[in-house]
Design a protein around this ligand. Structure first.
Ligand code: IPM
Ligand code: MN
Length: 354
């Protein structure tokens, strides 16, 4: 790669993933042109269609290729009813997360317009926090098995795994981000009152790591209490750090606070390595090709990617265009507008070009 060229792999995936990726790419290309960024987009066909045609999910050399030749990976969404066990989605999405050791799943929860918040009396001031979701361990390790499967005596075991190294690095990432972004508090959430071993490790590691950040306030909630507090008083939170499964669940709740899955962005990060960017939503197959999918989550994800690639001014321009379109209700029906997927993409592309 030449010094300033940044190559980005684009995996539209399945369902509305394809629809929103088309618009995200439109906005990305307009932004690159406007800010004179040297980006090369390389589309990858890996998807349910590709799997059903060829039997291939994620090619064996894909991870090395990403590591050697790419600055970032952009993903639409995976999931297709013709692949009921989600084999391709697991191989591709979790394969990239685990294979590239993208241990931070960074999910900002930011309300762009008070109209979009389902809570009474809460506006952009109150709903503005980020979640650091551990992304390589916990309940996602796939350790377990069945015994006497399919019989009345069946036993199923599904283990969680938490390592000291894995827990400590996500905790440090959360504290480091709080320091860098002048946020005052880090909240850790677990279920250590019940999960006595794995989650107790989180409690001990949190206390030790917190000692290294004396200027950051710390706070702890069991996850059930956190779910309640997020709805009662979202303004309480700056940075939430939690395990893989709780982060998965809480960030869907967070998406609802900011106006729905149509707006929620995420970044799968590994400092110093190639990172992967995807909207939080899934492939919603029944909406594919209908023009109803909201491309904003994918577009805000583009902003996260630009920021990560060192183009913070361009990233702010994308975010500003999104915020303005939502305030003016120039958006898809899920967030109170009447535009189609591609009309929103066109509008945002024009706005960043202006
Ligand atoms: C997410 C999704 C994934 C997850 C699924 C599709 C495996 O829900 O990115 O939040 O559970 O991590
Ligand atoms: Mn999820």
């Amino acid at each position: 790669m030449s010094d300033n060229l940044q190559r980005i792999a684009v995996l539209p995936g399945d369902g509305v993933g394809r629809d929103v990726t088309t618009e995200a790419v439109k906005v990305l290309e307009a932004t690159a042109e406007r800010f004179d960024l040297q980006l090369e987009l390389v589309e990858k066909p890996w998807s349910a269609d590709h799997y059903l045609e060829t039997g291939e999910t994620l090619p064996v050399d894909a991870l090395d290729d990403f590591r050697d030749n790419y600055a970032a990976i952009f993903i639409g969404a995976f999931g297709d009813p013709r692949v009921p066990d989600m084999k391709h989605a697991a191989d591709i999405l979790l394969g990239i997360r685990f294979g590239l050791d993208l241990f931070i799943n960074f999910r900002p929860i930011k309300l762009y317009d008070e109209r979009l918040c389902p809570l009474k009396g809460k506006g952009p001031e109150e709903v503005d926090f980020v979640c650091f979701r551990e992304n390589t361990e916990g309940a996602y390790v796939g350790v377990g098995g069945n015994f006497k499967k399919g019989t009345p005596d069946e036993v199923a075991v599904q283990e969680e795994m938490h390592t000291r190294k894995g827990v400590e690095r996500i905790l440090r990432a959360a504290f480091d981000w709080a320091v860098a972004h002048r946020r005052s508090k880090v909240t850790m959430s677990d279920k250590s009152n019940v999960m006595r071993y794995g989650h107790d490790l989180w409690v001990r590691a949190f206390a030790e790591v917190a000692d290294d950040y004396p200027d950051i306030e710390t706070d702890h909630f069991y996850v059930d209490a956190l779910a309640m507090q997020l709805v009662r008083a979202p303004e309480h939170f700056d940075v939430i750090v939690t395990n893989n499964m709780f982060g998965d669940i809480l960030t869907d709740l967070g998406a609802a606070l900011q106006g729905g899955l149509g707006l929620a962005a995420s970044a799968n990060l590994r400092p110093g390595g190639v990172s992967m960017f995807e909207p939080v939503h899934g492939s919603a197959p029944k909406y594919a090709g209908t023009g109803q999918a909201n491309p904003v989550a994918a577009v805000v994800t583009v902003a996260l990617m630009l920021d990560h690639l060192g183009h913070s001014v361009a990233a702010r321009a994308v975010e500003t265009a999104v915020a303005e379109s939502l305030r003016e209700q120039k958006c898809t029906p899920d967030v109170g507008g009447s535009l189609t997927t591609s009309q929103v993409g066109d509008l945002l592309a024009r706005a960043v070009s202006a």
